[in-house]
Each structure stands twice: as structure tokens, then as C-alpha cells.
Design a protein around this ligand. Structure first.
Ligand code: HEC
Length: 119
């Protein structure tokens, strides 16, 4: 009897864990993101693997940014937060050297889809 109850709880636990695991998917298009990163000149300040000419050293290299814990040292890294950071870094780090660029929400989603794959 106890074993059965234990089994039931184990199943419930697994089901709940399954729900929590799915990260907030933004549904951006990584290939379009790769081109946008180039068009917006992000590479003038960042090293970005796979993006032509992205060899800048003003900002941190983005080669492992998908694994980074904090963006700009202040904002917990998630797809949602990264897309917001890209549009308006000054909101989270008022003195950052990264400028607020006129990136649309959809463009930020696409760039995020590409950058989050860099691990
Ligand atoms: C003028 C230079 C400059 C440009 C242009 C620039 N960035 Fe940045 N970026 C920075 C700096 C500096 C930081 C570090 C921020 C801090 O620590 O305050 C940064 C941080 C970041 C981070 C967080 C990385 C981390 O590990 O903290 C991401 C993501 C990012 N930039 C993406 C972009 C994207 C996408 C673009 C183009 C739309 C872009 N950046 C354009 C300078 C720049």
C-alpha cells in the first residue's frame, strides 16, 4: 500500500517537474537573428561566432552567452530578459556602454533565438 502511494506521488512529482522545465519560448528565428546581428552592427562591440565581421572588444564576447547567468552582470539570463536587454540595456544598466538601438520586439526575439544557442 505504501509503495503504491509512493509511486503515485513520484508520478505526480514528475508531471509537475515536466511543467516547470519548459523555458519561456519566444519563438524567434535564429537564422534571421544572425543576419540582424550583422545589420545592427552588434559585432562592432562583440565577438559573435557565425556573424561575419563580429570581432569587437568593447563588449563581452557572446560566444557562450547562452550559458551566462547574468546579462550585463545585473539581469538574470533568460530568453525574455535577453530580448529586453537587447532593446533597452540602459533600463537595466544605466551606465553601460551598450547603446539603446532601434531594435523592434520581433527583431530582438530573432537575435535572442540565435544568441541563446551559443553555448
Ligand atoms: C557600442 C558597443 C556595443 C554595441 C554596438 C552593442 N553592444 Fe552589447 N554590450 C556592450 C557592452 C559594453 C556590454 C556589457 C554591458 C555591461 O556589463 O554593462 C554589452 C552586453 C551585451 C549583452 C549581455 C552579455 C553579457 O554577458 O553580459 C548582450 C546579450 C548584448 N550586449 C547583445 C548586443 C546586441 C544583440 C547588439 C546589437 C543589437 C549589441 N549588443 C550591441 C556593448 C555594445
Amino acid at each position: 500500500m505504501n509503495a503504491l502511494v509512493g509511486l503515485l506521488f513520484a508520478h505526480l512529482g514528475l508531471a509537475l517537474a515536466g511543467c516547470e522545465q519548459s523555458p519561456p519560448a519566444l519563438g524567434g528565428d535564429p537564422e534571421s537573428g544572425r543576419l540582424l546581428l550583422r545589420q545592427f552592427g552588434c559585432g562592432s562591440c562583440h565577438i559573435i561566432p557565425g556573424v561575419a565581421g563580429a570581432k569587437g572588444n568593447t563588449g563581452p564576447p557572446l560566444e557562450n552567452v547562452g550559458r551566462r547567468v547574468y546579462l550585463g552582470g545585473v539581469l538574470p539570463n533568460s530568453p525574455e530578459n535577453m530580448a529586453q536587454w537587447i532593446r533597452e540595456p540602459s533600463r537595466f544598466a544605466p551606465e553601460t556602454a551598450m547603446p539603446d538601438l532601434p531594435v523592434s520586439e520581433a527583431q530582438a526575439r530573432d537575435m535572442t533565438a540565435y544568441l541563446q544557442e551559443l553555448k
